[in-house]
Design a protein around this ligand. Structure first.
Ligand code: PAF
Length: 285
């Protein structure tokens, strides 16, 4: 397990591996690795010769009110965990080298970034797509693995790759949950004991919504109203959004006539958590 910091060393190594005919896999992360990330690394390991895990807390995807300085950082621990899960290299560039003072180039995916998390976090996805595009150029991956918990992020990146013809296969790995259903997230560590228990409402409300759809309910507004009532009954919760969207366009659906993704962002105390559930529905057209 080796850690690479310099952009030049990363890109030169990657170009050499490609010349040697090796397949490269990238798992982009902001560190603070948990079991969700480790499952992405294991998934990547199965598909390539060389697995690179990037650990970079990307400043340009944080809004002014978001806690960039307080984001948990422990590179030594992350490198150890990444190595155990099957990574060959950790790429941990500095913000100064990634974004020198005269950096002025941004990658923006339109439409897909307007709703859901994009509505409350203007500029966030532009920060994500810009850093992911740069990481792709530095690591030259054949395969890049992202988690389904950030469903909108994965959809936006897939579209960027398609629209801009990046020669990278995007793999989206399933959400890893605790036994009680709570989706694994770096942010869970901010939750108190009571808040952790309250946070279970996210997945419970998603499963409830799924059961309503399975029972024949097709009106998104009614499903969202039931979910809202359920989540509002939890004392420390504050809903940012609940949406039922088309899995590819991410456009809100009014009447459910095919597969949908139910996505939500909810504050539990001060911590904003996201989760989602894809529900397969036989197309009625
Ligand atoms: O999902 C994340 O951790 C980040 O958004 C990513 C993809 C590593 C880009 O900074």
């Amino acid at each position: 397990m080796k850690t690479i910091v310099s952009l030049e060393e990363m890109q030169q190594s990657a170009l050499r591996w490609r010349r040697e005919g090796k397949r490269i896999g990238l798992v982009p992360t902001m560190g603070s690795l948990h079991e969700g990330h480790l499952s992405l690394i294991q998934r990547c390991r199965e598909q390539v010769d060389i697995v690179v895990v990037s650990v970079f807390v990307n400043p340009i995807q944080f809004g002014p009110q978001e806690d960039l300085a307080g984001y948990p950082r422990d590179l030594e621990r992350d490198a150890l965990l990444a190595g155990k899960a099957g990574a060959d290299y950790v790429f941990a560039p500095t913000a100064q080298e990634m974004y020198p003072p005269d950096f002025v180039s941004l990658v923006r995916v339109e439409k897909l970034t307007e709703g859901l998390c994009g509505a409350a976090r203007p500029g966030h996805f532009q920060g994500v797509t810009t850093v992911v595009a740069k990481l792709f150029n530095l690591v030259q991956p054949d395969v890049a693995v992202f988690g389904a918990k950030d469903y909108q992020q994965a959809t936006v990146i897939r579209r960027m790759v398609r629209d801009l013809a990046f020669p990278v296969e995007i793999v989206v790995a399933p959400i890893v949950r605790e036994g009680n259903g709570l989706a694994k997230s770096s942010r869970n560590q901010y939750l108190s004991h009571e808040e952790r228990a309250e946070a279970l409402i996210l997945y419970q409300s998603l499963r409830f919504a799924e059961s309503l759809i399975r029972g024949g309910e097709r009106q998104a507004a009614d499903i969202k109203a039931s979910m809202t009532e359920m989540i509002d009954s939890v004392e420390q919760s504050r809903i940012d959004y609940i949406e039922i969207v088309h899995p590819e366009t991410l456009e809100p659906v009014e009447e459910i006539t095919g597969d949908v993704v139910i996505a939500l962002a909810v504050f539990i105390g001060k911590t904003r958590l996201i989760d989602n559930l894809m529900v397969h529905v036989a197309s009625s057209s």
